[in-house]
Ligand binder design. Structure first.
Ligand SMILES: Cc1cc2nc3c(=O)[nH]c(=O)nc-3n(C[C@H](O)[C@H](O)[C@H](O)COP(=O)(O)O)c2cc1C
Length: 165
């Protein structure tokens, strides 16, 4: 079986998860950033990684996902929100909708540190704005800061074993 790990990462969080996934796959599996990834037609199973941008896969990942057609796809992602939140589930559903001809075999998501520039901007918003600063949101930003951590990467590698079975 030909396996590819293809990912998009702006600040490095999703790249770390992609590398952990790749390291637990059999020899021969390839790892590529979407910007220099081969066409997906030669691969039976694609681990497709993205960072969550406004509730769905980031645009560069979406561009690559448009080329996916009929493959088995394992979606993985990082996001600022908690991975067990409804928002996280919705983001994965939204991403799965982007590959309608593929079989989504499984999904994995974990938190990833939010770009400090984005946090600075969100701090300038009114407290009642959906992204504005309040106690819960400040806690979320602080909680995200250390992710993906060793535990997330271990979870990702365990997930690979589950998907490849
Ligand atoms: C422009 C922008 C939009 C984002 N939108 C969301 C979002 O809708 N939901 C969320 O939980 N996190 C959101 N985030 C946080 C990122 O998904 C998160 O920090 C991710 O781990 C970044 O991954 P990367 O380091 O691979 O680029 C956003 C970040 C940026 C910069």
């Amino acid at each position: 079986m030909n396996i590819a790990v293809i990912y998009s990462s702006k600040t490095g969080n999703t790249r770390k998860v992609a590398e952990a996934i790749h390291s637990s796959l059999p020899d021969g599996a390839i790892l590529h950033d979407v910007t220099n990834a081969p066409t997906p037609t030669d691969y039976d199973l694609i681990f497709m990684g993205f960072w969550v941008d406004k509730g769905t896969a980031n645009l560069e990942a979406q561009e690559y996902m448009k080329q996916l057609n009929g493959q088995r796809v394992a979606l993985f992602a990082t996001l600022g929100a908690y991975p067990d939140s409804d928002h996280a589930k919705q983001c994965l559903t939204n991403a799965a909708d982007l590959v309608p001809t593929c079989t989504v075999v499984d999904t994995f998501i974990c938190q990833g540190a939010i770009d400090p520039k984005l946090i600075e901007w969100m701090k300038t918003l009114p407290a009642n704005d959906p992204h504005g600063p309040n106690d819960d949101r400040r806690k979320l930003w602080a909680d995200a800061e250390s992710h993906p951590d060793e535990m997330d990467l271990a979870r990702a590698t365990n997930w690979v074993l589950q998907v490849s079975q």
